[in-house]
Design a protein around this ligand. Sequence first.
Ligand code: WT7
Length: 653
Amino acid sequence: MTTTDQPSTIASLAAEDRRFPPSDEFAAQANVGEAVYDEAAADRVAFWGERAARLTWETPFEQVLDDSDAPFYKWFTGGRLNVAVNCLDRHVEAGLGDRVAFHFEGEPADDRRSITYRELTEQVCQAANALESLGVRSGDRVAIYMPMIPETVVAMLACARIGAPHTVVFAGFSADALAARILDCDARVVLTADGAHRKGAVIPLKQIVDEALEQCPDVRTAVVVKRTGSDVTMVEGRDLWWHETVERAERTHEAQAFDAEHPLYVMYTSGTTGKPKGILHTSAGYLLGASWTQWEVFDLKPETDVYWTAADIGWVTGHSYIVYGPLSNGTTSVLYEGAPDAPHRGRWWEIVQRYGVTVLYCAPTAIRTFMKWGADIPAGYDLSSLRVIGSVGEPINPEAYVWYREHIGGGRTPVVDTWWQTETGSIMISPLPGVTAGKPGAAMKALPGVAVDVLDDAGEPVPDGAGGYLVVTEPWPSMLRTIWGDDERFRDTYWSRFPGKYFAGDGAKKDADGDLWLLGRVDDVMNVAGHRLSTYEIESALVASPLVAEAAVVGAADETTGQAVVAFVILRGDAADGPEVAAQLREFVAKQIGKIARPRQILVVAELPKTRSGKIMRRLLRDVAEHRTVGDVTTLADTTVMDVIRDGMAAAP
Ligand code: WT7
């Protein structure tokens, strides 16, 4: 990716000059003001040391940061605490036992219940007792393969309570993927359910576990929650029902404190190579990152807010902003099991209205889907309770940002575009809702206490107005500690490209004000006739057209120009498809960015290939664009999408 010569091609983003400062009323009541940046800048390590007072410690730490064995940093050395106690018991002891921890909204109609902090604490104690009676000890790994139900939170916190690191595997993964993860971290106990509801159908989780365990002879116990009532085979001597073990266990459990660096969980994420990486997070630093950033970035008021991260617990977003952040802060959250369009496309807005949700956090892909469905759907619900709305997971196109602010946020709420990764554990780059005049499409700047930069190929910081590689230049509390079982890969992947700095794998640009725009993974960057173009930048331009709902752009090999831009677009419902549409859109992009960015080819499609977590799989589109056999599609949410797109490409002029 280039550095200094890039900006001319970034016109469509640079031309974005809308600004959304917080209202005076919002700024006046905000948790965090401008001064926090100065405080953190004055002494970053001391800043984190002071933030750590929001956790309840059994033994205070002696040292905030131990960097003697970098990049194996240690935080809060000497300190001891229990993560589950921080999330539960301390709130009950403070008199908040009757506060709702989760409003659980199941997928089946009218399947809903609210669970208080007292109830959740009791259930976690029961599960902790049950796990201990099954022989699970501190340090043992436990795999969790469960739906989006309260028992999943109970399972995670029970593990945390007894110091057994969990590895939650997203319930959309296959038996092979599950087995690979269980084997990689050598889990001996699996927590699961008979099935998961998904748009009226049932995903047979237990059956998938049975299949996975054929490859995992060391797993001795599977505990099964009855969720869907599906028929399952219980293997004698291995399988137990949750309601016959956990729900019969003692409701009190004496929690023990663990070292600040005690492993809390392993979350697998895909790297550039085949084998998924087991990202290890530890206790105190991780919990602090999740807790503090939820409070800071969403201006959290735990007494009054109803907070909703509409993501899956099976990803890091769910770990940090459904479970650990919200519970450590004593938040009342929504936990929603279902899909946005089951049973109807107003489902999310119905939930916001029902619970009076005040903070909503979701992914741009969801926002663009809602755009496609039309603004009249959310307009049919009362969304006036919302006061902060957030975005995460991929760059948010300016058009999607503005639509989100307008049609969901009522033109009133700050929008926080939050950049982070499984590896970073918590939000790193984001506006602060009471401080920042937001720019649509920009994550703006590093949070107080977080140090990032954008470097060129030679590792030099790029000047304002230029793009390069995003790095984190100083350690932070919720950073990954290693890749499970592979310290070497940890060093290679993150610390060798720019020695001493964390290489995020993302491209970014500093605008003329020095604010940050994330440009997507560096492997999504194209080189067209010597010009560097970001796939995201052209997608942004396309989505800015009134005709387009969603766009994916890839760089396809081209004899003349090296790479050429090929775009796949979904038209908005009211836009008529026709031979002139592609030509019109090519000109539109040319006008927005420059002729160099004009796609060689634009293909109108009905769906884009997405992973189950909603990321567009550009690799597959590149295969189609380059007329290759389409590669591995097993991680796609809908594997038939690629057949349809390939046929469309073959028929295209
Ligand atoms: C990658 C990390 C962080 C939780 C969800 C994804 C992309 C994430 C943004 C954002 C632009 C973003 C990056 C990053 N990403 N947030 N606000 N703007 N890009 O976690 O699966 O570990 O993916 O998601 O490319 O590297 P993940």
